[in-house]
Design a protein around this ligand. Structure first.
Ligand code: PEP
Length: 250
């Protein structure tokens, strides 16, 4: 059975003061969950602060990106080992904002996935099509290429140590959520693709949905057979909404 996750992606939001309030708000409202692992991914400068606040608490720490390289002359980059040093467990790779704004190719994303595993982090591989690609009927092909690049680079056994997040680019931050059926269709497609390589790995792989998930639509989305939780942007910045989404996954 795939494990359920709810992962908050704070993107480039927050300050020491607002982070403190948000983390305390979430911790005070979140009961012990039995079925879902919860994580939050603050911006790099706040990883230490968040790590300290989450110490011995039931929320795990994630990061939004990492370098392909292990160490060296890579100004501005952050390595997997550095993230691990701060007790980070998860790391997003290939978020659509990084693919679009930082020209991260499928190959670079695959290298980041491998770097995350090497640092003993759980990579969350983000995949998804743009509106143009969907309207042209290319959604499945784009997603197949994004997933296959990682399988070709690291192998399907290594893929099984990570998580996939399906995030249609047109649904991110737009308020336009994929319908539960649209999302389920792509999730089943991704699972089928992985099953072609290895039946058991495909069946057990956690595939999260991301794209304007909120407290009102989370339960219906997470009720789909191949949706195993969510990657949450905007709604993870409000304690009440984030906690409701976590409860919907449990
Ligand atoms: C995201 O950026 O990963 C995301 C899903 O954002 P939002 O929930 O705001 O659409």
């Amino acid at each position: 059975m795939p494990k359920m996750y709810v992962i908050g992606n704070w993107k480039m939001h927050g300050s020491k003061i607002t982070n403190c309030r948000l983390i305390e708000g979430i911790l005070s409202k979140l009961p012990i969950l039995t079925k879902v692992d919860v994580a939050i991914c603050p911006p790099f400068p706040y990883l230490q602060q968040t790590s300290d606040k989450l110490f011995r608490r039931p929320i795990l720490l994630g990061a939004q990106d990492l370098s392909c390289a292990k160490e060296g002359a890579y100004t501005g980059e952050v390595s997997g080992d550095m993230l691990r040093d701060l007790k980070t467990r998860f790391v997003l790779v290939g978020h659509s904002e990084r693919r679009a704004m930082h020209n991260e190719s499928d190959q670079v994303v695959a290298n980041k996935f491998a770097a995350a595993l090497e640092a003993d982090l759980i990579p969350v591989l983000c995949v998804g099509e743009t509106l143009e690609q969907r309207e042209a009927g290319h959604a499945e092909q784009v997603i197949a290429e994004q997933v296959s690049a990682v399988i070709n680079a690291v192998g399907v056994e290594a893929l099984s140590k990570g998580i996939i997040a399906y995030e249609p680019v047109w649904a991110i931050g737009s308020g336009k959520t994929a319908t539960p059926l649209q999302a389920q269709h792509i999730h089943a497609f991704i699972r089928g693709l992985v099953r072609e390589h290895n039946e058991a790995i495909g069946s057990d792989l956690s595939i999260l949905y991301g794209g304007s998930v909120n407290a009102d639509n989370a339960a219906t989305l997470f009720g789909q057979p191949d949706i195993n939780g969510g990657l949450i942007g905007g709604a993870s910045l409000k304690a009440d909404s984030f906690v409701s989404i976590c409860l919907a996954a449990n």
